[in-house]
Ligand binder design. Structure first.
Ligand SMILES: Nc1ncnc2c1ncn2[C@@H]1O[C@H](COP(=O)(O)OP(=O)(O)OP(=O)(O)O)[C@@H](O)[C@H]1O
Ligand SMILES: [Mg+2]
Length: 237
């Protein structure tokens, strides 16, 4: 069993890659998330935690450009961004919503070619993909599909990746493997990761820092240590 690597030390001075400043967002006129401030720096994994309906997916969607900012701003590499998802992707953002966006009837290799990177680099990162390259993506297991979308995203060399519920529907050992690869990628390439996760302990096993959302606002934040995990589990969740 490959377990997630222990969180390393990130340089607190590392560049802020993605930032929300007083961000308000939601659906139509309705603000579901209000006044969020958060930063993600190069090479760190930041967990975005919170109970069901707290606004995690909404926050990620606004950071990615899938929802408009109703107030405040999103900054990517120090510059305010307002464009749609594809424009932010061109500027260095990777976005993995919880519905694994693969084309079922295309093979794994073809799905990889839809991304912005080279398929062979995806196989270098995830050797298990090699044996699956000719298989229609719709026939993969959930874990294999998640590996595919993660690989496709990472080989495009994003500066920051937003991941919504990587673990959804997957066996714990598969989740551990995927989280461990995110951890390796962050340390090796300096990619920043914002990880939405329901399970506090699982998220904090790979994260450097965390933010807690409750009812659409940031209720707390801190470093990902055992004391925080304990506090989060007993106080909030
Ligand atoms: N498409 C939508 N239209 C209107 N309201 C929505 C929509 N999607 C979500 N909401 C509302 O926005 C709030 C935040 O939802 P969101 O999906 O961001 O929560 P979450 O933290 O991701 O929850 P979960 O852990 O269940 O995924 C909730 O009150 C939800 O009902
Ligand atoms: Mg959600």
């Amino acid at each position: 069993m490959v377990s997630a690597a222990a969180p390393g030390t990130y340089a607190p001075s590392a560049q802020t890659v993605l930032e929300a400043r007083d961000l308000t967002t939601g659906y139509g006129e309705l603000a579901a998330v209000r006044g969020v401030d958060l930063q993600v720096r190069a090479g760190e994994i930041v967990a975005l935690l919170g109970p069901n309906g707290a606004g995690k997916t909404t926050t990620l969607a606004a950071l990615a450009g899938a929802l408009p900012a109703l107030g405040g701003e999103v900054r990517l590499l120090g510059k305010p961004v307002t464009g749609p998802v594809h424009a932010r992707v061109r500027s260095g953002l990777g976005y993995l919503p919880s519905d694994r966006a693969i084309v079922n009837r295309l093979t794994v290799a073809e799905n990889l070619k839809l991304g912005r990177g080279r398929p062979d680099e995806a196989v270098d990162r995830f050797p298990a993909l090699e044996a699956l390259l000719r298989r229609p993506a719709g026939l993969l297991s959930g874990g294999e599909q998640q590996m595919l979308v993660l690989a496709r995203c990472l080989v495009a060399r994003p500066q920051v990746v937003l991941v919504d519920e990587l673990s959804q529907g997957l066996a714990p050992i598969v989740v551990q493997d995927l989280l461990a690869s995110l951890r390796r990628e962050a340390k090796a390439t300096g990619v920043a990761v914002l990880l939405v996760e329901q399970q506090v302990r699982r998220a904090l096993s790979v994260a450097d820092r965390w933010y807690l959302l409750r009812q659409g606002t940031v209720a707390d934040s801190g470093d990902a240590d055992e004391a925080s995990a304990q506090r989060l589990v007993t106080t909030y969740l």
